[in-house]
Design a protein around this ligand. Structure first.
Ligand code: FAD
Length: 456
């Protein structure tokens, strides 16, 4: 079968194929893995063929959605890589208010299509990211306060399971699997397409875009913390501590300067009262050094951070959730950032409130529903000295762990680790292990934040 596929359609690619080198690459250029075969799938039949091929040859499977997880779980050594990047079609069912999104689509594909109907589903903040990995692991974006995580908005999926069957998954069909894919990652099968709930958004939205001096970090954070106590669901705020690149779109005096960037969005009409009570306080958490807050097209906001992404470099990362920001925690974080001997470090602290925190922890696999802040740290790995980055990230994680919320992390922003995975799923872990045992007893889907199958 495989030879037939290769000759006719080039769906299966072996290491001697001219495109193999290109196809095995993922977003993080520090990842170098060599699959035995790559299936460049065009449709569900190809995905079934890929899973059956892996089964026949007793190979494990890595699934590539957008290839953006920095841990590179989309590619593996010696196994089968199922590449969905050509399956990126998005369709809107206006009547049902859902988007039908293929498993290899990027956030930009989803937003571009849904905005044609004045609709959106919560996604993330960088348009090149894959929707599949983001949604299966949670999904935090500018609509999270009002409409929840991306995973909360999954209303159905089509999946190829480990036994090579294509199934419909929703609240009536395979409800256990439906529960598990809302946060349980790529453990349970290949999602060939999702159905996402849509909401009216835009076409113009109020976008927050304020820059503060890094020296004002304590003031900005504590004022933001006060603000979040009464913040309405409609406002979402992301804070990032970054060293600015020498980019032509930035004034020369800001090149290489460490700053605080506040971005966000108000997910409804903005009248004078909202402007005064909700938007303006965020523009004056300290003295701003730049402020471009204003109305923009939703799709413009959704691509605005793309130029800030360090594409084409090796990166590492870590993550923790916190209940609140304390002086001690902040001083550990600042000390770490200021003394990092790395080409680039970015720390993001995203306040969490509203819809995401009102979903009961046991309602979906995604269990962290009562944290106040998500910390994501990304760092560029120096090519000559990769260990320094790894050691620095491990040390920041260990130093901040005592302040973290129930030792939980955002799995989409951290390397796979058994203890972290168990801490993060908490009481949901056992149920996930049972479902894994039912649908993937031999753990062929193991290149992910793995849940060990509990076989009955
Ligand atoms: P991939 O690397 O392709 O996949 C990761 C894992 O997901 C795979 O190993 C597999 O287990 C699973 N998977 C992927 N596709 C499928 C499928 N079709 N079926 C079954 N399993 C699958 N996260 C946020 O929440 N909000 C953000 O704003 C955000 N911004 C980001 C910006 C950048 C530049 C980057 C690099 C990451 C960002 N993230 C964000 C993190 C993001 O959620 C993860 O990187 C996520 O894994 C990306 O999904 P992907 O499909 O591109 O990943």
């Amino acid at each position: 079968m495989s030879e037939h596929i290769k000759a006719k359609d080039e769906v299966i690619i072996f290491p001697d194929h001219p495109t193999y080198e290109e196809k095995r690459k993922v977003w993080n250029t520090g990842i170098n893995r060599y699959p035995a075969a790559i299936f460049v799938c065009r449709n569900e039949e190809d995905v079934v063929a890929a899973v059956n091929y892996a089964k026949k040859h007793e190979l494990d499977i890595a699934i590539r959605g957008g290839g953006h997880h920095f841990a590179g779980t989309a590619v593996c050594d010696d196994g089968v890589m199922i590449d969905l990047s050509s399956m990126n079609h998005v369709k809107v069912d206006e009547k049902r208010q859902v988007a039908i999104v293929e498993g290899g689509a990027k956030l930009g594909d989803v937003d571009a299509k849904t905005q044609q109907f004045g609709l959106a589903t919560p996604t993330g903040t960088v348009s090149e990211t894959g929707i599949a990995g983001l949604a299966l692991g949670g999904g935090f974006g500018y609509l999270r306060g009002k409409h929840g995580l991306t995973s909360d908005n999954i209303v159905g999926a089509r999946m190829v399971t480990a036994d090579g069957h294509l199934i419909d998954v929703n609240e009536n069909n395979h409800p256990d699997l439906f529960w598990a894919i809302k946060g349980g990652g790529g453990n349970f099968g290949v999602v060939t397409s999702f159905e996402f709930q849509l909401h009216p958004v835009g076409p113009e939205v109020m976008a927050l875009d304020v820059m503060y001096d890094y020296n004002d970090l304590d003031t900005v954070i504590f004022n933001l913390q006060e603000y979040m106590k009464t913040a309405p669901d409609e406002i979402t705020v992301n804070l990032a501590i970054v060293q600015l690149p020498p980019a032509p779109f930035l004034p020369a005096e800001l090149h290489h300067k460490r700053v605080i960037m506040l971005s966000g969005m108000y997910a409804d009409e903005v009248n004078d009262t909202v402007e005064e009570a909700v938007i303006q306080p965020l523009q004056h958490l300290a003295n701003p050094i730049m402020d471009h807050t204003g109305k923009v097209a939703y799709n413009e906001l959704q691509t605005k951070l793309d130029p800030m992404v360090p594409n084409g470099v090796p990166v590492g990362g870590t993550s923790l959730f916190f209940k609140e920001m304390t002086n001690e925690m902040l001083s550990v974080l600042k000390n770490a950032i200021e003394n990092a001997n790395l080409p680039m470090v970015m720390a993001q602290l995203w306040p969490l409130h509203g819809k995401i925190n009102r979903v009961p922890a046991e309602e979906t696999a995604f269990a962290v529903r009562d944290a106040g802040y998500m910390l994501l740290i990304d760092a560029e790995v120096s090519k000559d000295d990769p260990e320094t980055c790894e050691q620095w990230l491990a040390s920041v994680y260990e130093q901040l762990l005592p302040y973290a919320h129930q030792k939980t992390s955002y799995l989409n922003g951290i390397n796979p680790d058994e203890t972290i995975i168990k801490n993060t799923y908490g009481a949901n872990y056992q149920k996930l292990a049972n479902i894994k045992g039912k649908y993937d007893p031999n753990n062929v889907f193991c290149h992910n934040h793995n849940i060990a199958p509990e076989n009955a």
